[in-house]
Ligand binder design. Structure first.
Ligand code: ATP
Length: 247
């Protein structure tokens, strides 16, 4: 990256790719995280690598859910830890949500590495190591969560969650806020609030909306009311397929 000038047209995308590579080297990200990043890059390219108006609306609604929650949790995987450690800590701080490490390929060592990394980036407390509760309907390793974290949460923000877990969390009656650049993914399809945007842009924008909602004393229930997840996914899909600027 050192030799790549910021004026390079692919600078931002290559910077993200480099962060994931460095995440794999540091033991934060699994090699499969590289594949997930590649899939995300393709969708982001087609979205124009910008937050669309429909994604911005979803990010505001997600912020309102987080502020209105009794127990909100922001789930962190290896890609999120590598790409946006500062932004995820800031989002949790701003909204009062807890942070919980939640991995597709679970290993205690990687959870500890991620928890330490988040602490270095300012996190007070990181859940995910206790793993004393199970999400019903998933195999043993995939089901493990903290009883006082994701298991008990009423609102969960899951950036880049896999489809099975997203569906199982939805079955538990949680309000799921999903960040996924693929509007057709199973995770986006089961979300109460699908955010079709790059996590690099989405998380700081949810934080900015949370600050604004709090400062203006907005009626959170009114912000959330009438949000249509299916229409949001359709707008994103239309944008990807047609390059339309009105989505
Ligand atoms: P499904 O939800 O359909 O089961 P999957 O589990 O097969 O999807 P993965 O292969 O794990 O999905 O890919 C992870 C998902 O995360 C992809 O849909 C990809 O578009 C998305 N993604 C990858 N990087 C980012 C990013 N930086 N920001 C937002 N989304 C991303």
């Amino acid at each position: 990256m050192e030799e790549l000038p910021e004026s390079h047209p692919r600078y931002e995308s290559l910077r993200q790719r480099h962060r994931i590579e460095a995440g794999v080297e540091a033991g934060l990200t699994s090699p499969q995280g590289l594949v997930a990043q590649g899939r995300g890059e393709a969708f982001d390219y087609l979205l124009g690598e910008q937050t669309t108006p429909s994604a911005d609306t979803a990010e505001r609604v997600a912020a309102a859910h987080l502020l209105d929650a009794d127990d909100a949790v922001v789930s962190v995987n290896g890609n999120v830890a590598a790409l946006v450690p500062d932004a995820v800590v800031e989002l949790a701080d701003t909204t009062g949500a807890a942070l919980e490490v939640n991995l597709f390929n679970r290993s205690r060592e990687r959870i500890e590495t991620i928890a330490e990394h988040l602490s270095e980036h300012g996190a007070d407390e990181v859940k995910g190591l206790t793993a004393d509760a199970r999400i019903p309907g998933l195999d043993h390793e995939r089901a493990k969560v903290d009883a006082d974290g994701i298991y008990a949460a009423d609102v969960v923000l899951v950036p880049l969650e896999d489809g099975d877990r997203a569906a199982a969390l939805g079955e538990m009656g949680k309000t799921e806020l999903v960040v996924d650049l693929n509007p057709l993914s199973r995770s986006a399809a089961v979300a109460a609030v699908p955010i079709v945007d790059n996590v690099v842009r989405a998380l700081p924008n949810v934080t900015a909306h949370a600050r604004d909602l709090r400062e203006t004393g907005a009626d959170l229930e009114a912000v959330v009311a009438g949000f249509d997840p299916a229409a949001t996914r359709t707008a994103a899909e239309k944008r990807i397929r047609q390059g339309s600027l009105d989505g």
